[in-house]
Design a protein. Sequence first.
Length: 276
Amino acid sequence: MGTIKHKIAVFLYFAVMIFGMQSCGEYQAILKSKDPELKYQRALTYFNDKQYIKAQTLLDEVTSYYRGTDRSQDVLIYLSRCYMGQKDYTTAAEYYQAYIQNYPKGRYIIEARFQAGHCYYLNAPDSRLDQAETKRAIELFTQFVELYPESPYAKQAYDEMNELYDRLAYKEYLNAKTYYNLGTYLGNNYLSAEIIAKNALEKYPTNKYQEELNWLILQAKYQQVINSFDNRREERARETEDEYYSFITQYPNSKHIPTAEKIGKELKKILTKYNK
């Protein structure tokens, strides 16, 4: 029984090897062919088989031949798709944008405009890094949903754009948190943290970090009360008390409520002095 299994395994191994060699030989023959139509049609076959590098290579071979013809659109869009298939989103974006520039009313324009933004979305880095790709994706998605609000891609564009806005908001939150952690080192960093967090809420009003940003604002304002001179303490305490009531009203089930309540009690003690 073991011998039979071994023979089958050996047979399958050599069958795969022979098939691979034949396929490789066929591909090399197509590459050497002078027939652009053959190369184009085989490129589509390789693409459908998810052999994106082979498809891309053949499409590159016929690009100049079809330039200026109706098929040039097909070649360019399939090249874009090949790079998507290879997960080379930077190059794919370049090809999609080339399509948009050359064929603004082309038959693949909706796909090209969406995928250009989608490529930048896929390339968008962690929130701690530079967000140029994120901002470019948002720009392209904004253009897309304005032009094609009824497109089948519209919902995905909105969803990915909102995710990118969250990413930018989180970057602002991390920035504000950094200033908060610096405290009074070389100045009032609590004020800087407050301003950055408020700006993030204004720029990204629907982001999913609203609670944490508002909590950071309350903390930063409270620290400014604690570190204030007497001539500013009352004013800041009253402003912070308003912020405290706003927070517990807006987020009654927040994990920060116990700490917020302690802040509220301390503020009452401070303000008692000024209410006499």
